[in-house]
Design a protein around this ligand. Structure first.
Ligand code: ADP
Ligand code: ADP
Length: 239
């Protein structure tokens, strides 16, 4: 059974923009999938319908057997803890340290500031150090987020999402603010970490070459519809 089962998803914004039309997509556990397509294709809307930052107009999203599209607010908050988000602009709290930003992942989605007030169990801090070490940032744990480079900030964003211990990572244009060399490093890191941890991911990325280099499955969106779904080697023939 799939980890994520999206069926008949349609989104029309109040402005009248039809961003998604009848999109169906299944993601098995542990699969790292790249979602490509030109800007305006609906990639960001699709990812946001999964965690309901955007409310779908119709269709269903089921995560590990639970229908997310009909959950109440309280139940949705719990369900969101199983979906780690990685953002284009990192969304770190600049005045907090790397460690504080990372620990906020433990609180889920709304906890960005709350980590400053709270004492965390030692095992959380140890896990945070282990993960920071894995991404080469253990020595930066006490630095403020605003002292880091773009690539370092995105690595902190990745570790924060992993601290949530999610079943699924939702990754929205993770390299959009980075130079080409750093973009490749970040894509490689996200895919490697997912594979090490058996974690499924949907990675929005409009850089087709990066998708082809790192993802096993590529789904192409165009004007709100899926126009391609296959392995990286079959994409060239389809384009
Ligand atoms: P943007 O406006 O976001 O920069 P582009 O229109 O320049 O996006 O498209 C980026 C690249 O992705 C182009 O090479 C384009 O051919 C390719 N592309 C876009 N959509 C698809 C798709 N659905 N399937 C395959 N390739 C696509
Ligand atoms: P992508 O992530 O592939 O660039 P988006 O999901 O951001 O695509 O956008 C898909 C379509 O939905 C576009 O036509 C865009 O203008 C429209 N759209 C996105 N967000 C909004 C919004 N908040 N209100 C109205 N229209 C929106």
């Amino acid at each position: 059974t799939p980890l994520l089962d999206i069926a008949g998803l349609t989104k029309r914004y109040p402005t009248g923009d039809l961003a998604l039309t009848d999109v169906s997509l299944r993601v098995p556990p542990g699969q790292v999938m790249a979602l490509i397509g030109p800007s305006g294709a609906g990639k960001s809307t699709l990812i946001r319908c999964v965690n309901r930052l955007v409310e779908p107009s119709s269709g269903t999203v089921v995560l590990a057997g639970e229908a997310l599209t009909t959950l109440s607010r309280g139940a949705l908050r719990r369900a969101r803890r199983r979906m780690g988000m990685i953002f284009q602009e990192y969304a770190l709290v600049e005045r907090l340290t790397v460690m504080e930003n990372v620990l906020s992942g433990r609180l889920g989605y709304t906890g960005f500031w709350a980590s400053w007030f709270r004492r965390f169990p030692r095992r959380d801090v140890e896990e945070a150090f282990r993960l920071l070490d894995r991404v080469g940032l253990a020595h930066m744990a006490d630095k403020r987020a605003d002292a880091l480079s773009g690539g370092q900030r995105q690595r902190v964003g990745i570790v924060r999402a992993l601290m949530q211990d999610p079943a699924l990572l939702l990754v929205d244009e993770p390299t959009a603010s980075l130079d080409p060399k750093t973009s490749r490093q970040i894509m490689r890191l996200i895919v490697e970490l997912c594979e090490e941890r058996g974690l499924a991911a949907i990675i929005n990325i409009h850089d087709v070459a990066l998708a082809q280099e790192f993802a096993r499955r590529i789904v192409g969106l165009r004007a709100g519809r899926i126009v391609f779904d296959g392995g990286p080697d079959t994409l060239d023939a389809a384009a």
